[in-house]
Unconditional design. Sequence first.
Length: 266
Amino acid sequence: MLTDTGGDVRVLAGGQSLIPLMNFRIAFPDRLVDINFIDELRYIRADEGELAIGAGVRQAEAERSPEVIRLLPELAQTLRSVAHLPVRNRGTVVGSIAHADPAAELPALLLALDGSVVARSAAGERRIAAAELFEGPLVTSLAPGELVVEARFPTGASAGGHALVEYTRRHADFAVAGTVVTLRPPNGTPARAAISLFGVQGTPVRAVTAERILAEDPSADVRAVAEAAVSELTVLGDIHGGPGYRRRVARACVQRALIQARGEQR
């Protein structure tokens, strides 16, 4: 159907992102392809060091899943920050990622964990890394006719701690700015630090310089790390805050998230 219908064809899963866009007359799809009745897309399973989540899995399902809580607690934590429970009861994990809202939490988490999605079309299947998926606000590298059938999150990437901190004007609003921080200690495995920022640019973005500082010195001062995290950003502004304000909010979010991820008391 995605291949043959022609025009602007959109996939309808939870509809918690697409339907508001249609209500605001931002999206005008010619066809909606409803995938809610494809039971084969509703699964959560561990697979070779990753957790695979099918396109039919609701956010609330993943949030309560014993497997997610055990293998990927950072996903369970992130989901608790997504909108309100009635929204999570309908919205899907994969749908939020494929929607590619730059202020959304799940794309930022996928990027922080070096995760990926699996896209399928009549021509075949391919895997797209998070770093190659997001191209702009609500824009991805998906080809016409492709459906994201699952998201894949590496497990164990934040064994040293993780945190999500965001600032919203009202509870459950989209973030003015936010960050996901994941840490893995150097004992027995390669040390790893990831800082993903959202709500500040057209896509979620990794703070590469700040990550390098943490890789060299895991106990680096949080203020220096936070300053490095925002130093290379080209921050966007809108009615909710100008670039300078958003930069200050992002800096504060990184500081607080790093403190939480380290388990420090301040």
